[in-house]
Design a protein around this ligand. Structure first.
Ligand code: NAD
Length: 264
């Protein structure tokens, strides 16, 4: 299937590793020009070069990158100084730390809200009117399955991302919807990334078990009995950005191997 988005420009945040990298790769594979953003320049440069090498000559897409902290005003200004008009924006940044809500200060809450609610909202604000004027736009926010099935130790994530989810539910159904702009959230369950490995490593240390034991126990909680791969997450993201997905709007799409136990 031709997704009909070759030649469009995408901003992909948190793109040097993990799910963001999977999304950047899938979009470039569809011929989309991608501006990749992450904080660490060297990893970002290597990831961009790898995508370029893998896709070289196949799609003709351009890959650019900016090393910036997307959760700061200065970081976003650096990105928009490079390019302002995007047809596709994938919002993403690191998730807040796990912990006990009794230990979290107002500073911890502000940091989580800044990264996982206000940053996507700022990116949406900066780009959707241009998309609407051009008659096409796709926003995909990488959130978490914890929005649908909250995990107690991830309260900072549950709270901040639920705020974003409420904002998106309203904004996606505004006048933007009749101008070809869709805004959806893509909710990862357990995907095989550095973040998942770090979370499981911390759990292993806390429980006095090996990483293998903790990781196998987690796999057994997933009906698919495996972790997702960033490439398959990227493919879902690319589809949500396609012309064909123009009638999917304001949705929370779970990719979790069947782990969420509800009917809806
Ligand atoms: P990851 O740690 O593997 O990769 C995160 C990427 O974001 C890296 O490229 C990193 O450099 C970049 N990044 C982090 N903070 C940034 C910032 N402030 N500015 C710019 N770039 C930044 O993480 P991942 O597993 O790919 O997760 C992506 C998002 O999905 C996170 O918010 C995470 O909490 C969420 N999530 C992941 C899983 C999973 O199983 N992997 C599950 C649920 C939710």
């Amino acid at each position: 299937m031709d997704f009909g988005i070759a030649g469009k420009w995408a901003l992909v945040c948190g793109a040097s590793r993990g799910l963001g990298l999977g999304c950047a790769r899938a979009l470039v594979g569809e011929g989309v020009n991608v501006l990749m953003v992450a904080r660490g320049l060297e990893t970002l440069r290597q990831s961009a070069s790898k995508i370029e090498a893998d896709c070289e000559g196949k799609t003709g897409a351009t890959v650019q990158f900016v090393a910036a902290d997307i959760t700061t005003e200065a970081g976003r200004m650096a990105v928009f100084a490079q390019r302002a008009d995007f047809d596709i924006v994938v919002t993403n940044a690191g998730g807040p730390p796990a912990g006990n809500f009794r230990d979290w200060t107002r500073h911890d809450w502000f940091a989580a809200v800044e990264a996982n609610m206000l940053t996507p909202i700022e990116l949406i604000k900066a780009t959707v009117d241009g998309m609407a004027a051009r008659g096409f736009g796709r926003i995909v926010n990488i959130t978490s399955s914890a929005v649908k099935a909250p995990i107690d130790i991830l309260g900072l994530s549950n709270g901040a991302r639920s705020g974003l989810t409420g904002f998106v539910a309203g904004t996606a159904r505004s006048a933007l919807a009749s101008s070809g702009v869709t805004i959806n959230n893509l909710l990862p369950g357990a995907f095989d990334t550095d973040r998942l490995r770090a979370v499981m490593q911390a759990a292993a240390v806390k429980a006095g078990k090996s990483l293998e034991v903790v990781s196998e126990a987690r796999r057994q909680t997933i009906p698919a009995r495996r972790f997702g791969q960033p490439e398959e997450f990227g493919a879902i993201c690319a589809f949500l950005c396609s012309q064909q997905a123009g009638y999917i709007n304001g949705q929370n799409i779970l990719a979790d191997g069947g782990a969420y136990p509800g009917t809806f």
